[in-house]
Write a protein that binds this ligand. Structure first.
Ligand SMILES: [Zn+2]
Length: 334
């Protein structure tokens, strides 16, 4: 948008401020006990003044009232609202005309940001709720994490059949141009040509050393407490037996057995080979490790089978241990 185009756009946009975009419209149903009961059930609001007539009559309310937070419920349009955008534009209300105008100018995103309601008079079964909406304010163009856009505040006033104001609502939405992350030169081309890889492991202060040894030396270390010699995996800063923070490591020989396993079916994640067996392996050293059992039929995998591990480059980005069944009939034998 050039500065001139923006000026024309904003002049038209701000002309909406103060306009009534939904004329006074009565809700489709009068305030009624079944809707109140369902609302109270769903919300878990067990105040008997909403649902217990005998209790409510004896209370200071002198009869059933609707939960104040149901205010907007009584005037909501219901399911046909889902198809409102397909209506002839000349039949659409002012709110949709405003949103359509923003969308035609590239502000296609919408995000509800605030809703303030004020309750002025109790609603009771049999009351009618009439809602009327005006545009309260439209901000200047703002840069947000979602993209550039305008905050639109509407004020809805709810009245009853006696023209008494029962409540108000200020609702704020951001209409924005969805932000597009800037792409480095050739980045998209490079991404397209690269085969998908597995999800990268999360590495931090306490476990990066483990991955470094694995990748550089193709060995699986097991952390060991220097004080009481207890082994632990996955890596963590303190010994759970003696609370010592001193540690070194030993190398696992990657002999073990299947402690537990699952076969992942769905969804198939790009970068992984299917069938995909994820297993907890009990290493002979005494710790367990989560890994994959490969080069076997899923039906051959059984708890207790002996396995042998190997550190493998599984794709362009990932080096991890993988295990193979040594002998399909090895359950219970070391
Ligand atoms: Zn220890």
């Amino acid at each position: 948008m050039t500065p001139e185009e923006k000026k024309v756009f904003e002049t038209k946009l701000y002309s909406w401020v103060g306009k009534e975009i939904i004329p006074p419209t009565a809700g489709p149903d009068l305030v009624n006990e079944p809707m109140i009961r369902q609302w109270a059930e769903v919300m878990g609001d067990l105040n008997p003044v909403y649902t217990d007539k005998a209790f409510a009559e004896k209370s200071s309310k002198k009869g059933l009232i609707a939960p104040p937070t149901m205010l907007w419920t009584w005037s909501l349009e219901g399911y046909p609202m889902a198809f409102a955008d397909q209506q002839d534009p000349s039949q659409q209300d002012g709110q949709r005309s405003l949103h359509r105008f923003m969308e035609q100018n590239g502000f296609t995103g919408v995000l509800g940001t605030n809703c303030d309601q004020e309750y002025l008079k109790e609603l009771r079964p049999g009351d009618s709720v009439i809602a009327n909406m005006v545009v309260k304010s439209i901000s200047e163009e703002k840069a947000t994490a979602m993209g550039n856009g305008y905050f639109i505040e509407t004020l809805t006033t709810f009245t009853n059949q006696n023209k008494e104001t029962v409540g108000t609502m200020v609702f704020r939405v951001l209409k924005f141009k969805p932000a597009q992350a800037p792409k480095a030169a050739n980045e998209s081309a490079a991404t397209e040509n690269k085969a998908p890889t597995r999800l990268k492991s999360v590495r931090g202060h306490d476990n990066a050393w483990w991955w470094n040894i694995l990748e550089k030396e193709k060995k699986v270390p097991i952390q060991r407490c220097k004080s009481c010699k207890t082994l632990r995996h996955p890596p963590r800063p303190f010994c759970n037996v003696c609370q010592s923070g001193d540690w070194d490591h030993v190398e696992s020989k990657l002999n073990g057995e299947i402690f537990s396993f699952i076969e992942l079916h769905y969804p198939e994640i790009p970068g992984y080979t299917y069938p995909l067996i994820c297993a907890v392996i009990s290493l002979d050293e005494g710790t367990r490790i989560v890994s994959n059992v490969i080069d076997c039929k899923p039906e051959d995998v059984k708890i207790g089978l002996r396995v042998k591990g190997e550190v493998l480059q599984v794709d362009a980005d990932n080096i991890i241990p993988q295990f193979r069944i040594i002998n399909k009939n090895s359950v219970g034998s070391k």
